[in-house]
Design a protein around this ligand. Sequence first.
Ligand code: MRU
Length: 297
Amino acid sequence: MEEDGPRVVLLDQRRLPDEEVELACETAAQVATAIKDMAIRGAPAIGVAAAYGLALAALRGDDLAEAERVLAASRPTAVNLPWALVQMRDDPTPERARALHREEVDRCRRMSAHAAELFRPGTRALTHCNAGGLATGGYGSAVGALRAAWERGVLAHVLVDETRPLLQGARLTAWELEAAGIPSTVIVDGAAAAMMACGEVDLVVTGADRIAANGDTANKIGTYGLAVLAAHHGIPLYVVAPTSTIDRATPTGAEIPIEERDPAEITSRFPARNPAFDVTPAALIAAIVTEDGVWTA
Ligand code: MRU
């Protein structure tokens, strides 16, 4: 957040890994558009961006109720977005937004340390989408767990699902793991089953966009399929997410709103459906790891 603009400056994730380009937003509506168009994405990161967006509206003297409405409407599934806006209501200042950002990164470091306890020496992990620093405003949740496990010497290799259709795995997670010096290999989403069958996967670790009160978890489309595959092969699937992703007001996964994006992200030639998230039933999740610890059923 640059107060002398004022403006909110984002790293445009659509351009990665080829280009590191900043995107400047001068209004809350522009921040909302950046979230909707996925210049910034990942549940905690869009919460942080929305907090800065509201602070921007306050600095400009804009209508805060309208700014909150526009930001909240930008993407429906990640609960971190409305959660962050509620956190900002009493104090819509840059300082509060920065504190929220710092707290979110701190939660990531703590949950990653807990999650690393689940790794045995030589672990070969598989991850989906991008739950790294880009998605969280800093260290990462699922990728944070991989980083912490790597630092402890218990992670051998990461298989990275490419994550159709926007390739958050092949573009963003692979880029982050490369920068961290963690050995990784990108696979097409459809290869996960064969990799598990060959015994090349010891655990699956993902982030989350919303965890319902019963533990059902919405995450990037394809996570549910991975959970079914992992159960079939007797492999644990761990969800690593901050408490800001837990939505106690939503009883089960059936009530989580699932974003359906423009089919043109898949094909403009044929009719297509583009649900951006799916729900993994709690029974298929070996543990949910938050900054408070490792939670099993
Ligand atoms: O559509 P995206 O890229 O915003 O989806 C992101 C995910 O599904 C992530 O796994 C989730 O937000 C966790 S990020 C720490």
